[in-house]
Design a protein around this ligand. Structure first.
Ligand code: PLP
Length: 394
């Protein structure tokens, strides 16, 4: 009577959500101060004041009818022009309003891209470790197949041998996410150039483009002066999926965009397909008030300094306890090797200390655990003692 795959999807929470819900239950039992929940990527710093000011200003200047009205399906023209201006001023690009399609966060941006590109038999390649929801968006949402290229666990850049082996005549697009959830790696210029060369060669061999979908919700969350290469400059057939969830600490407000550059092959048709995908998924338009807020705050960020402090504290603490991990350069996750081969068993053992960690298996990278450090610094200071006791068990 009901769609079997949707029932399954609705009944089975993601592992991250499962652990997050366990944490809430446990907090009710023993007090939130005794649960060290490192499971979910909810920003811990407040939205910057420009958000509050923009909300008030939109309500005051536009009034309560216009501020909450439907916008064009692709988003308000002035908002999209502001998105273009922001990127052009920061990255030296030449985008214009009609390159942008405003979305309900990066999740919707990705879903629209997958649906817009999918034809029967198509495959999308995710590079491990990857955001587990890609599986749901590609397979359940767009009816295509997700193929995983195994990780380069030495540096969490790209293992090109494995990526090349994963590319077939069915490959429609490769998905990248840098700064990366869960590893915190930022792809270097060399990695991006090598990737662009590989995709250009394969596209020529197949006589059609292999697209690159660049999922960038953490673009501004980088540390130690690291720069994130702007991908459309390296590979023209790139669709960018962006979100203000992390940079402006607005995850619940659901605002982001798809960027379709003019250089993309048959860009106008691609843009139409993305509008069609958004329409078929019933998005209508991205949240009206927060489109205006994003335009007013484009290029600004919440105060992200605490994430860098947390990264340093956790990285140094874990390494001194004997954990092996790649130092993250961005996002707010660290992805050490688990202290036993089975990461799920390790995470269960960590629960004894009320340390809530996520096994790497769902990210396509067994033997690792994800620790989200978007928490107050004092929580990390306290948790390191528990990590020490956990490590002493091995
Ligand atoms: N992509 C990655 C890699 C993420 O980590 C997330 C959220 O955590 C998303 C996409 C979805 O972000 P949004 O809140 O903008 O839908």
């Amino acid at each position: 009577m009901f769609a079997k795959n949707m029932v399954e999807l609705g009944q089975k929470r993601s592992t991250i959500r499962e652990i997050f819900e366990y944490g809430k239950k446990r907090a009710a039992e023993i007090g939130a101060e005794n649960v060290y929940d490192f499971s979910i990527g909810n920003p811990s710093v407040p939205a910057p004041d420009c958000v509050r000011r923009a909300v008030i200003s939109v309500l005051d200047t536009e009034g309560p009818v216009s501020a909450h009205s439907y916008t064009s399906a692709q988003g308000d023209y002035g908002v999209r022009a502001a998105m273009a201006e922001d990127l052009n001023s920061r990255f030296g690009t030449h985008f214009h309003a009609d390159n942008f399609y405003m979305t309900v966060g990066a999740a919707a941006a990705l879903s629209c891209c997958f649906k817009a590109l999918s034809e029967p038999g198509d495959e999308f390649i995710a590079i491990a470790p990857f955001f587990p929801e890609y599986q749901c968006f590609v397979e359940k949402g767009a009816g295509a197949r997700l193929v995983v290229a195994e990780a380069d666990t030495a540096a969490f850049q790209i293992n090109f041998e494995r990526l090349e082996a994963a590319i077939t005549p069915h490959t429609k697009a490769v998905i990248i996410n840098s700064p990366n959830n869960p590893s915190g790696a930022v792809y270097s210029v060399k990695t991006i150039q090598t990737l662009a060369a590989l995709l250009t060669e394969k596209s020529a061999a197949f006589g059609r483009p292999i697209f690159l979908i660049s999922d960038e919700p953490y673009r501004e969350l980088v540390y130690g002066g690291v720069r994130v290469p702007f991908i459309t400059k390296y590979y023209k057939n790139t669709l960018v999926c962006y979100s203000y969830s992390k940079s402006l600490s607005l995850p619940g407000e659901r605002i982001g965009y798809v960027l379709v550059p003019d250089e993309l092959e048959d860009a106008k048709t691609a843009y139409a397909a993305i509008c069609g995908a958004g329409r078929s998924l019933g998005y209508v338009n991205a949240p009206s008030l927060f489109q205006r807020v994003a335009a007013a705050c484009a290029g600004q960020t919440a105060d992200l300094a605490v994430y860098e402090k947390n990264r340093d504290l956790l990285y140094e603490g874990l390494v001194s306890l004997g954990f092996s991990c790649v130092k993250p350069e961005g996002a707010f996750y660290i992805f050490p090797r688990s202290l036993e081969p089975d990461a799920s068993a390790f995470c269960l053992r960590a629960r004894k200390y009320d340390l809530l960690l996520v096994p790497g298996d769902d990210f396509g990278c067994p033997g690792h655990v994800r620790i989200s450090y978007c928490v107050p610094t004092s929580r990390i200071e306290q948790a390191l003692e528990l990590f020490k006791r956990l490590a002493q068990e091995y």
